[in-house]
Design a protein around this ligand. Structure first.
Ligand SMILES: Nc1ncnc2c1ncn2[C@@H]1O[C@H](COP(=O)(O)OP(=O)(O)OP(=O)(O)O)[C@@H](O)[C@H]1O
Ligand SMILES: [Mg+2]
Length: 423
């Protein structure tokens, strides 16, 4: 007996509206467009965020491989067909549409695939039209203001320009006409530059091979390296390779651990403040998770431990490639991953080591030198931490673990007072 099938195609009018809310903020929506430009092989990507009352617009232009008209039609399909190579930043066939519509109602993409000039393909996705007709439609309009903007960017070269207009999620109608709206766009431009400098710092610095140039409103975006690797006083711990079973294969995830210098040990204070990051020292401590070189999530310990003033100098990178996407469950907005429990377990010990050292460095600098102190009264758990971190620096962690175990068996009270945990 054959079961009956029913066709239940999505309703365009409703679904496009719902897909506006998959979780982007302004800067991460722009970052998803930049992902596309990077994957298209662009070496130069310009972002413009322009206030012009109700005609305000956002533009992302690249010099990547470009798209033909037919390819552009597919690119604007929700769930577009694409084949990905390892390391490609795309995954869902959604980003261009969902990121754009999270901020605007009118999306225009213009592209030229031929490096020697030639035809520019242009397509517009208009949310109002889709809601009105309840059909998945896009159209080609070569007479719009967006098309003029695009054409001026693509003069004589190949590449792609994405334009957002009707920025209803950025400026509401009232704001679009006053000084507040102008300030808001200015503020967003600043935030976006900061966010892109963080998310793409490895691409900007060129450490992944070929480097890219990124600008926001004409100003070059500078890479923000969370680990202050150019500072002499940054402590670098031994890297750790975590082996992960991915189906039949064994793949590695790399963990690199750093303790950043405290304020006084930084080469200058301005740099220390810059390294504080968008969310400032306390909330920027923790894990920085990279997918194919692009930062997905930065700061916080993914539930491994809490945010703590004493470990605010500890930061670590965790890097995986796109073949582990299923395991890390990256979300559509590319803002979050889920640490698989196996990886979480493997991270516990190395992260603990890192925090011991960070804690020690923090305390050493927070206190006056011993000779200045009268009536020294030491907290025993500090003594325990100091012993451990000295063992760590001496490369004697296995030895100290054995010592802790014996101490715990012979003198559990002393062991507890020193803050040593059994096992
Ligand atoms: N700037 C660009 N240059 C060239 N091709 C592009 C560009 N932007 C998008 N495309 C094409 O359009 C397709 C759809 O892009 P979209 O961002 O919607 O999905 P994706 O990148 O495949 O996956 P994800 O949803 O993870 O971003 C891409 O696969 C790519 O082929
Ligand atoms: Mg994409």
């Amino acid at each position: 007996v054959r079961s009956r099938h029913y066709e239940v195609a999505p309703r365009a009018g409703r679904l496009t509206g719902s897909l506006r809310d998959v979780g982007y903020d302004f800067a991460s929506a722009i970052a998803d467009l930049v992902d596309n430009s990077v994957t298209a092989g662009a070496s130069k990507i310009d972002v413009e965020i322009v206030f012009d009352g109700p005609e305000s617009y956002v533009l992302v232009a690249d010099n990547g491989c470009g798209l033909t008209g037919r390819e552009l039609n597919e690119a604007l399909r929700f769930g577009s067909m694409s084949t990905y190579s390892r390391g490609d930043l795309g995954r869902f066939g959604l980003g261009l549409k969902t990121a754009s519509l999270s901020q605007c109602r009118l999306l225009t993409v213009a592209s030229r695939a031929n490096p020697n000039g030639g035809r520019i393909a242009t397509r517009t996705l208009d949310l109002d039209l889709i809601e009105e007709t309840d059909e998945w439609v896009i159209y080609s309009d070569r007479a719009s203001s967006a098309f003029d903007l695009c054409r001026s960017r693509l003069r004589g070269s190949r590449g792609t320009v994405v334009v957002w207009e009707a920025l209803d999620r950025v400026l509401n109608e009232k704001q679009a006409n006053n000084g507040w709206g102008r300030r808001r766009l200015g503020h967003l431009a600043q935030k976006t530059a900061q966010h892109l400098g963080m998310v793409f710092h490895r691409f900007l610095s060129g450490e992944l091979g070929s480097s890219i140039e990124l600008s926001v409103n004409g100003e070059a975006v500078t890479p923000w390296d969370p680990f202050a690797r150019s500072e002499n006083a940054t402590e670098v711990l031994d890297p750790v390779s975590l082996e992960i079973h991915n189906g039949q294969e064994l793949t590695t995830v790399e963990l690199s651990r750093y303790v950043l210098p405290p304020r006084k040990s930084f080469s200058n204070e301005e740099l220390f403040d810059r390294l504080s990051g968008p969310l400032k020292w306390n909330r920027q401590q923790g894990l920085y998770v990279y997918r194919a070189g692009r930062l997905v999530q930065g700061g916080g310990w993914c539930g491994l431990r809490g945010i703590d003033e004493h470990t605010k100098l500890a930061r670590a990178s965790l890097e995986f490639n796109t073949d582990l996407d299923d395991i890390f469950q990256i979300n559509v907005a590319k803002m979050r991953i889920n640490l698989p429990s196996g990886v979480r377990q493997m991270l516990e010990r190395p992260v603990h080591e890192l925090c011991i050292l960070a804690n020690d460095i923090y305390r050493r600098h927070a206190q006056p030198p011993v000779s200045d102190r009268k009536n020294i009264s030491l907290d025993l758990t500090d003594v325990g931490l100091a012993i451990r971190s000295a063992a760590l620096e001496a490369g004697q962690l296995p030895a100290i673990s054995q010592i802790e175990a014996i101490l715990h068996a012979r003198s559990p009270d002393v062991s507890r007072a020193l803050g040593f945990s059994p096992g």
